[in-house]
Design a binder for this molecule. Structure first.
Ligand SMILES: Nc1ncnc2c1ncn2[C@@H]1O[C@H](COP(=O)(O)OP(=O)(O)O)[C@@H](O)[C@H]1O
Ligand SMILES: O=C(CO)[C@H](O)[C@@H](O)COP(=O)(O)O
Length: 496
């Protein structure tokens, strides 16, 4: 009998599901765009039912193909974007639209926390409070929508919502809950003191589902989910993990010092560090499935989100819609530095600059579409560099080995070269597989007792992209880029 496991990866832009055989080779993958996320300048919300419909459709297409080819699914796991808030009632029905991790309505709450409180929260949870953390959003709802909280029975993350739809049972895992800043990194339990410090009544801890290790089986596919997805009833489902954690798992970048740069909607720049050490001074530290390690990350909604935005804006007037890949192709039509045009990728803000917004600087009449495309790609990449430098200057130790590039943007070879040039370090491109889906599928395989030795990934030198001749030019651009961000600080503060 040919058996496989399925990994589901629900990002902010697209939902992917992929099946892997017993030795971790990808058999098939299906993806679809998620429902559009946007309500207003500050509010970014997701229709939870529409999201599940997209995921169920992706699973049905995947399962149809697997069944046709004689594959039997033995285990499933989901990963998804971290943070934000998915509230459901006793019947596991959504209480309101979910709040996405790009939402900034609660910025004022964070700005109002005193520095000692922020430092205490960071030391306990490994995460610095920011606007779309679930704890901060619970505080916002407590202040602004108490009726919503009164109706809620469970506070879930994105992947927990998908797991609930599959199994009918609420659960949480250590990686996502710690990546949301809710867990004491030493006790590995939810931390009441964090609720106190964020001004959230402790009574609301009743909303948090029991914590599991990421590979624990938490339920099985229900008859209803089977009917919606075509999956067989009774397939075991594991707790799963945060997407920032799933990609390094999928790439095998799980030893101390291993670096993974994810070019998704968000920019995620992470390094594996020992779990028993002081958490490095970065925005998030999330516990990895291997209890010896955690993932120290600098994160911001500043990556492919801007490519999507630019493709939408520039494609709007075109005869046919523009894809991010076409935008990147156009960027290749002008030389590096986009003739002095610089883009700051803060269309959803930037954590360290209150009120920051996307900014194009240096526009001339001679600039065309290709210059804008190039500037957007370069700006996104330069901000990844800024974040990697923050990770480097924390207490974390980074490996000299090539760094893994993951997420949708890593599929683009030209962009991978730009990353190596801008960050000045060899980058390893992805394996021709959905790394996030592979990571969570490996948890499912482990959870149902497969022999995991065969899933190990041997580094492939063919996939490594070395910094090239354009490195020097990007280093000069980096200094200008950083000066512009500093100079814009007071302007954004006034302009927001
Ligand atoms: N070939 C490509 N070239 C450039 N960008 C791409 C390419 N394929 C996908 N992307 C970008 O990758 C993003 C999706 O990446 P993904 O990691 O799936 O994001 P998310 O997990 O946030 O949904 C899209 O926003 C798209 O802009
Ligand atoms: O919590 C987060 C960062 O700390 C984000 O939600 C991230 O998980 C999004 O991932 P993306 O949708 O870009 O794949």
């Amino acid at each position: 009998m040919k058996t496989c496991v399925i990994g589901i990866d629900v990002g902010l832009t697209s939902a992917k599901a992929a099946a892997f055989d017993e030795v971790g080779h990808e058999i098939a993958t299906v993806s679809a765009p998620n429902p559009r996320v946007a309500v207003s300048r500050e509010r970014q919300e997701i229709d939870m039912r529409a999201l599940w419909d997209v995921v169920a459709g992706v699973l049905r297409e995947l399962q149809d193909g697997l069944a046709r080819d004689g594959w039997v699914v033995r285990g499933i796991g989901a990963t998804g974007h971290g943070n934000g808030l998915y509230l459901v009632d006793e019947q596991l029905a959504p209480v309101r639209t979910a709040i996405a991790s790009t939402d900034s309505r609660a910025e004022r709450i964070v700005a109002g926390l005193d520095p000692e409180t922020v430092e205490s929260v960071r030391q306990i949870s490994g995460s610095i409070p920011w606007a779309a953390q679930p704890g901060v959003l619970l505080r916002w709802l407590h202040d602004n929508e108490p009726e919503t909280l009164a109706a809620a029975a469970w506070a879930l993350t994105c992947k927990d919502w998908i797991t609930v739809c599959l199994t009918g049972a609420p659960s949480a895992d250590l990686s996502d809950s710690s990546g949301c800043g809710l867990v004491n990194l030493r006790t590995r339990e939810y931390e009441p003191a964090v609720f106190d410090m964020l001004g959230v009544p402790q009574d609301l801890m009743r909303l948090l589902p029991a914590l599991h290790s990421s590979d624990a089986v938490v339920g099985t596919v229900t008859a209803e989910a089977a009917q919606q997805t075509g999956l067989p009833v009774g397939v075991p489902v594991v707790a799963g993990c945060m997407d920032c954690v799933a990609s390094p798992l999928g790439a095998g970048s799980t030893e101390s010092g291993d670096v993974t740069v994810i070019v998704g909607t968000w920019a995620i720049n992470s390094v594996v560090v020992p779990a028993n050490a002081e958490p490095p001074r970065v925005t998030i530290n999330a516990l990895l499935p291997d209890p010896r390690y955690m993932l120290a990350m600098e994160v911001a909604p500043t990556s492919a989100a801007s490519i999507e935005w630019a493709a939408n804006v520039l494609g709007d007037r075109a005869a046919c819609p523009l894809t991010p890949r076409e935008l990147l192709e156009a960027a290749g039509n002008v030389p590096p530095l986009a003739d002095g045009l610089i883009f700051l990728p803060f269309i959803h803000g930037a954590p360290e600059h209150l009120g920051a917004s996307g900014t194009l600087l240096g526009i001339k009449g001679s600039h065309g579409y290709a210059h804008v495309a190039r500037a957007v790609a370069e700006g996104i990449t330069q901000y990844h560099r800024v974040q990697i430098e923050k990770v480097t200057s924390s207490d974390a130790e980074l490996s000299d080995e090539p760094w893994t590039l993951a997420g949708g943007g890593a599929k683009n070879p030209e962009w991978a070269q730009m990353f190596a040039d801008v960050v000045g370090h060899p980058m390893r491109r992805q394996l021709g597989t959905e790394l996030g889906a592979r990571g969570v599928a490996s948890l499912a395989a482990n959870g149902i007792g497969c022999d995991m030795a065969a899933w190990r990934v041997e580094p492939d030198p063919e996939l490594v992209v070395e910094p090239g001749p354009e490195r020097e030019q990007y280093a000069v651009q980096a200094a200008t880029f950083d000066r512009i961000i500093t100079a814009m600080g007071p302007v954004w503060e006034e302009y927001k």
